[in-house]
Design a protein around this ligand. Structure first.
Ligand code: SF4
Length: 694
């Protein structure tokens, strides 16, 4: 695709799977991509990739893609193909009717972390300017919303502190609730390289993940905590650091509020936070907690990387703040080799949150109640904005069941399969009068849709994704949209059908609007991205080529804030009926609910989700390796095959959720993070019994 005279970067695009954000050159044959070649100059991947990214083009050309818009009156009717114009007119008429009949707040929109920054920005703009409410949410709700809350509260900004290069200067790495080998393979390779060079590793995970012991890598400490006890263990680590005087007093006095630190120190020294007390709660031996705390506090540059095993809990936000407390107490913030780094699951979780797709925040994490921020958008968009937060995804579904929410535009997200409590989602969707699904395939949510708008793949559009290190990477169109319109154009057409005066000729113009209104993006432009390859926000007058490491010399919020992070046990309890705890994760070759990877060559590398169970629990139940088992919880049940392994401890079972046949979220609970409603996917009380199969 690189023709003579063209700069190499003109064919470089970004993987649309995980938050590493690998750069690729897409090689073409005729109209279609036939090979994805990792780009050597890509700053996130430096010429590496994993098996997902290499074969991602497969779903772009898959026969299952829906390429024509479809409409139906009732969800039991057959689909009817219509023209794009008819589809846009129908949606506009329906949403206007619903708002006239039920009120302005009866409609909303959901965007996805798979979408570009520009697309996400347009969806929240459509909701705020077009629907005139704040009922916009994103699938980051169900993964990293606690990261947003926790890091904003403690440090002042909702993002990881480091670039990936930083790991090369870490002496100690603590991995909490993440399995980089499977979830973030290219970053995992860099991490393992650093470990092979001698950096020490601490792993907090209920499961013995690959990093704990793999060729040439062995964790100094593995803390196999009981699911749901992250906050307790982190408080115990802090207890050791404070009680043994291992904290960095000079850093704390200079960069944080000393009185707040003292208050926090008093809290962590309380007896229930001692290693012995926490051993009773978490199952992690007190001496292991002590050893890990000493290593983290005294081993040199110490960096923390964490994943959904931290956030998807009823104490997700608490746990993120407990991690921030540890980093501040030991002075491990504000230079290369240290920091607090969320490993983002989806390609654009970071960007999706940055772009204001939460019901309480405008782009750049500015609260909707801030008069000065609203005034910027009111002047630009010519409407008065609501100063009250809108509805989150679960609240939209609740409101639908109560009869006050009737219309929903869902871009790039299969909420029926990926959100918890599938029955609740299905009932909520069924209670609506106009559900619009804008996606590549007829997904599970589309079973409840009245309008289907075909989506475009990352290969068919221009835009940007922001990866886990805040790096804004270009997505470049290498093939024409097979459905006729890139996703940003579809949202623009919808807006125009609603009477809005939108006339973007190219996503670069959307980015120009983002830059003009969002201080952390003020310096970002497509010209800059073409020149630099990529930049990490904040990118503005003070940092014209971006910011690899944040909080250097001072926290974004001023003084770093210590928070008391009391451990509160989840309401999801085991008992005689449901004696085991289920936790979930991913495999290397698959991506989330598998809608894309199951339509690529990757399908053959993971044919089914299996339930990992400890030999002790399996034997007690008469289960042999490979047997069918029934997995039941208070919410529902499903059937899958057992895999007997000591990777999980007795009392804990584990599965992946890549296949719709498994429907793991049928069993997950209704509990969620107290601050953000992020579902508690990682802790479900279950029973496992032999079964004859589905
Ligand atoms: Fe890179 Fe992640 Fe894509 Fe793999 S899935 S190629 S690690 S961005």
């Amino acid at each position: 695709v690189i023709e003579k005279g063209m700069p190499e970067w003109s064919a470089v695009t970004t993987c649309a799977y995980c938050g590493v954000g690998c750069s690729f050159i897409a090689e073409m044959k005729g109209e279609d991509v036939v090979r994805m070649v990792p780009y050597k100059a890509g700053k996130a991947n430096r010429g590496h990739s994993c098996v997902k990214g290499r074969f991602a083009y497969g779903y772009a050309i898959h026969k299952d893609r829906i390429l024509r818009p479809m409409v139906r009156e009732k969800i039991t009717d057959p689909w009817r193909e219509v023209t794009w114009e008819e589809a846009f007119r129908h949606v506009a008429n329906e949403f206007r009717r619903i708002q006239y009949q039920y009120g302005r707040s009866a409609v909303g929109g959901i965007t996805s972390s798979r979408c570009t920054n520009e697309e996400t920005y347009l969806v929240q703009k459509l909701v705020r300017q077009g629907f005139r409410n704040n009922n916009v949410d994103t699938c980051a709700r169900v993964c990293h919303s606690p990261t947003g809350y926790g890091l904003k509260t403690t440090f002042g900004t909702s993002a990881g502190t480091q670039d990936f290069d930083s790991v090369e200067q870490a002496d100690v790495v603590m991995v909490i609730g993440a399995n980089p080998t499977d979830g973030h393979p290219v970053f995992a390779s860099r991490l393992k390289k650093r470990l092979r060079q001698g950096a020490k590793l601490i792993v907090l995970d209920p499961r013995r993940i690959d990093l704990v012991r793999s060729p040439h890598v062995e964790a100094a400490f593995h803390l196999p905590l009981k699911p749901g006890t992250n906050a307790a263990v982190l408080n115990a680590l802090a207890h050791v650091i404070v009680s043994e005087g291992l904290f960095d007093e000079a850093f704390i006095r200079e960069r944080c509020d000393w009185d707040e630190f003292q208050d926090w120190a008093q809290f962590v020294l309380e007896p229930e936070n001692s290693p012995e007390a926490v051993e009773q709660v978490s199952g992690v031996p007190a001496e292991t907690i002590r050893g890990a705390a000493r290593l983290y506090a005294t081993g040199g540059n110490a960096a923390i990387y964490y994943g959904l095993g931290v956030t998807e809990h009823s104490q997700g936000s608490t746990t993120v703040m407990a991690i921030a407390n540890l980093a501040m107490a030991t002075g491990n913030i504000g230079r290369p080799g240290v920091g607090v780094n969320p490993l983002r699951g989806q390609n654009n979780v970071q960007g999706s949150c940055d772009m204001g797709s939460f019901p309480h925040e405008l782009p750049g994490y500015r609260h909707i109640s801030e008069d000065a921020t609203r005034a910027i958008y009111e002047a630009l968009w010519g409407v008065k904005l609501d100063d009250e937060p809108g509805l989150r995804i679960p609240n939209m579904l609740d409101a639908a069941l109560e009869g006050s929410f009737k219309g929903l535009y869902i871009q790039g997200e299969d909420i029926l399969q990926s959100d918890p409590n599938t029955r609740h989602v299905a009932d909520g969707l069924a209670a609506m009068e106009c559900v619009v699904v804008h996606d590549l395939f007829l997904n599970e949510t589309a079973n409840y849709a009245h309008v289907f708008l075909p989506g475009s793949t990352f290969l068919e559009k221009d835009g940007t994704f922001t990866n886990a290190e805040r790096r804004i990477n270009r997505v470049r169109k290498v093939m024409e949209p097979k459905n006729g319109y890139a996703d940003w154009e579809v949202t623009q057409k919808l807006a125009q059908s609603l009477g809005l005066d939108w006339n973007y000729a190219h996503p670069s113009e959307i980015m120009a609007e983002i830059a003009a209104t969002t201080p952390s993006f003020a310096g970002v432009s497509y010209e800059l991205l073409d020149r630099e390859g990529s930049v990490q926000w904040p990118c503005n007058e003070k940092a014209p080529t971006g910011t690899p490491v944040m909080h250097v010399g001072g926290f974004v919020r001023g003084k770093g804030k210590f928070i008391r992070t009391a451990y509160v046990a989840t309401d999801e309890k085991t008992g005689p009926r449901f004696p085991l705890l289920l936790t979930t994760g991913r495999v290397l070759s698959q991506y989330n609910v598998g809608a894309q990877t199951r339509r690529t060559a990757n399908v053959v590398w993971h044919e089914e989700d299996r339930l990992e169970i400890h030999p002790f629990d399996a034997e007690n139940r008469g289960i042999r390796d490979g047997d069918w088992v029934k997995l039941a919880s208070r919410a529902g049940e499903t059937t899958l095959r057992a895999k007997i392994t000591e990777r999980v401890a007795p009392g804990v079972v584990y599965t992946t959720f890549h296949h719709p046949a498994t429907q793991a979220n049928v069993v997950t609970t209704e509990y969620s993070d107290w601050a953000t409603n992020c579902p508690e996917y990682k802790v479900t009380a279950v029973q496992v019994t032999p079964s004859n199969g589905p």
